[in-house]
Ligand binder design. Sequence first.
Ligand code: CUA
Length: 188
Amino acid sequence: MSAEQAHDGSAEVAARVERRWATIAVAIIVMMALLAAFAGIHRATMPQPRVEIIDPSRIHLSGEFVESNLGSVLEASGNVTVRAIGQQYSFTPACILVPADTPITLRATSADVVHGILIQGTNVNTMLVPGYISEQLMRFTKTGDYLMPCQEFCSFGHEGMWGKVKVIDKTDFANRAKAGGRLSCVGQ
Ligand code: CUA
């Protein structure tokens, strides 16, 4: 074998090795692009990770959102949990009673179509989607009445769908809570 022949041979080997590595590099890029596309589509088509679901046709019959469990409850931790539902065209309870200066967890859902809860003058603003439980943390520093309109168009009665949040003194609330049960503005 002459020196020239040996040179041609090694050039061929180099070209083949280069092609092989180029193929591997392209394959890796294609694989990563497919993975990214899959992850993106999967994420877009799946519900949010911490989602809680509920059967809207059965919320009145059993479980967390039966009528006797709606309203505000003072938990052993000192926090308050409020459970409410929205339906065409009202909220239950229509007037939510909560204490001031207390961490409050609002848990709500819809019995029919998409509604929204917005508490005026606060950053509380969440959608109520049938089939899902919406949870939002809130805290009021001032006592008083806050308007709570439905903020998602839910058909022709939408404009008339209003609720209210009544924030009362913390000790006052604790006294009322002693009787047990669920609190709302009823009897105020
Ligand atoms: Cu309910 Cu708009």
